[in-house]
Structures are given as structure tokens and as C-alpha cells.
Design a binder for this molecule. Structure first.
Ligand SMILES: Nc1ncnc2c1ncn2[C@@H]1O[C@H](COP(=O)(O)OP(=O)(O)OP(=O)(O)O)[C@@H](O)[C@H]1O
Ligand SMILES: [Mg+2]
Length: 260
């Protein structure tokens, strides 16, 4: 008998994503030190921290783009540490990477459809009334009317804010349970920032769990349920969004007296 078999956790209490005791390296350089983080189904969680604190590397580890030297990544109770990225994505994760990474030479429509490339059921795509992918496609265009207006434009010709929406829409096309976003508001005008934050809340209300990497704590904590603060690869603070927003450490950072 295998005495180390894990005790099943009741689904309601089981985190959707759990990072435990992660140590990650690029070659000889250690980036994460004993990092622990968890997301429960239905949450918006933000991962805050200054430049080079290890935020994007956390996303890489979750997506299987970088294998941690120590520790585990668990998705809905399944240990996915070391799995190849496509297999992890098939578990229901979608990502909106740093600086969008849309396909510049492809049209808006093609970019969106690429988001669903791993889904089955393409044969009925042009029978919209019955097709799940087509239904999602229409729903996403309703969420981002600007994309609908520019369906046949090349991705590369869109503004920064429109490209962010396209990257977001493409991620939603895979019908994820969890979406991980790297600095989704970076470089956007205030109008687009509001639009992106509202959209994150909208999709979250529809049942999608969100991990949002952000440097701008003030923005992220407005919509997140909880947050973690990374400093030099270590979690130095965690809590409910309201608590974090009023914490002296975050306030100090805003006044420029401290740096994450
Ligand atoms: N491919 C890589 N090879 C070697 N070192 C890397 C690589 N990517 C990142 N690093 C280093 O790892 C550390 C953490 O980088 P990471 O990109 O995770 O930070 P970040 O918190 O996302 O920063 P930013 O806010 O600037 O995006 C940095 O010191 C960075 O220089
Ligand atoms: Mg980064």
C-alpha cells in the first residue's frame, strides 16, 4: 500500500492553483525562494511587485515554460510540475502574456480563432446556431465591440489597447477555467485601463478565476479579492485586497519611501 498517497480534498476547499515551496532558477541565478501561492475557484488574485521581483517568472512556471528546481505546481489537485506547456494548457489555463504577443501578420479574426486551436468541434464552426466555439466567438466580440469593428484588420495594425483586448479575447477563446495575465494594463491609456479592469471583473463573474500580475498595486487591488507581494523572489506580504490597499508597506511604496 502506498502510504504517501494524498488525502483527497473536498472540491469546495481545493485550490484551483497551488504553488508550493517553489525555488526557480535561470542557470545559476535563483529567482524564486520558497514561493507559496494559491488561488481558489472564482477568485481574482493579484501578484504585485517591482521590477525583476520574479512576477513574470511565476507565470512561466505556472505555464510550464520554466521548470522549478524545487516545489510543485498543482492544478485542481493534479500535480502538473514538469508537464509540457500544451498539456498544462489543456487543463484549462489561458494566458495573456507580457506585451500581448499577438500574431501581427494575422487578422483580428484569425488571432481570435487561434485561441481555440486546441478545442474540438471545429467541423461545425460555420453552423453558428449549434457550435460552441462559434457561440464563444460571438460572445467575445460582444465583450470587445472594437474588435468586431476591425475583424479583418491585421493584428499588428491595432493600437496598444486594442491589441490587449485581442490578446484577452484570444485567451478567452480557449474557454479557460483560469486565466493568467501579465501586466494587462501596462502602457494603456486610462480609458483602456478601465475597460480592461471591467472586463476582468465581467469574465470573473462568469466563473473564470484570474491571476493578474501587476506592478500597479493601486489598480490591481481595486478589482482583486486577494493579493501577494513579491520582493526579490520572496512573498513578503499577502492578504485581502482591502487590507493590502491600506497596509503601511503598500502606502509607503506609493509615497516612494519603499520599493518592492
Ligand atoms: N530568460 C531569462 N534568463 C535569465 N534571467 C532571466 C530571464 N528572464 C528573467 N530573468 C531574470 O529573473 C529575474 C526576475 O525576472 P522577471 O521577469 O520574473 O521579473 P518581473 O517581476 O516580471 O519584472 P518586471 O516588472 O520588470 O516585468 C530578473 O532578475 C531577470 O533579469
Ligand atoms: Mg514581468
Amino acid at each position: 500500500m502506498n502510504t504517501t498517497a494524498p488525502v483527497p480534498i473536498p472540491t469546495a476547499q481545493r485550490p484551483l492553483l497551488q504553488l508550493q515551496k517553489l525555488d526557480s532558477y535561470y542557470g545559476a541565478v535563483q529567482v524564486h525562494f520558497d514561493l507559496n501561492l494559491q488561488l481558489h475557484p472564482g477568485e481574482i488574485v493579484c501578484l504585485l511587485g517591482g521590477n525583476a521581483s520574479g512576477k513574470s517568472t511565476t507565470m512561466k512556471v505556472i505555464l510550464g515554460l520554466l521548470k522549478p528546481r524545487q516545489g510543485t505546481v498543482t492544478l485542481d489537485g493534479v500535480n502538473v510540475t514538469g508537464w509540457p506547456t500544451p498539456r498544462i494548457i489543456r487543463q484549462g489555463i489561458a494566458s495573456v502574456p507580457e506585451s500581448r504577443r499577438i500574431f501581427a501578420q494575422m487578422t483580428v479574426q484569425e488571432n481570435l480563432l487561434m485561441g481555440a486551436y486546441q478545442r474540438s468541434g471545429w467541423a461545425t464552426f460555420w453552423h453558428p446556431a449549434t457550435d460552441a466555439i462559434h457561440t464563444d466567438y460571438e460572445r467575445i466580440l460582444a465583450l470587445f465591440p472594437r474588435l468586431k469593428d476591425r475583424l479583418h484588420a491585421r493584428g499588428g495594425s491595432l493600437s496598444g489597447g486594442e491589441q490587449q483586448m485581442l490578446a484577452f479575447g484570444r485567451a478567452l477563446m480557449s474557454r479557460p477555467r483560469l486565466i493568467v495575465m501579465d501586466e494587462p494594463t501596462m502602457g494603456l491609456s486610462p480609458l483602456f485601463v478601465d475597460r480592461v479592469l471591467e472586463t476582468i471583473q465581467t469574465i470573473n463573474r462568469q466563473g473564470i478565476t484570474v491571476l493578474m500580475v501587476e506592478q500597479n498595486a493601486n489598480l490591481a487591488l481595486q478589482i482583486a479579492h486577494r493579493g501577494y507581494v513579491l520582493q526579490n523572489g520572496r512573498i513578503v506580504l499577502e492578504g485581502n485586497a482591502a487590507e493590502l490597499l491600506h497596509s503601511p508597506e503598500i502606502q509607503d511604496a506609493y509615497l516612494g519611501q519603499a520599493n518592492f
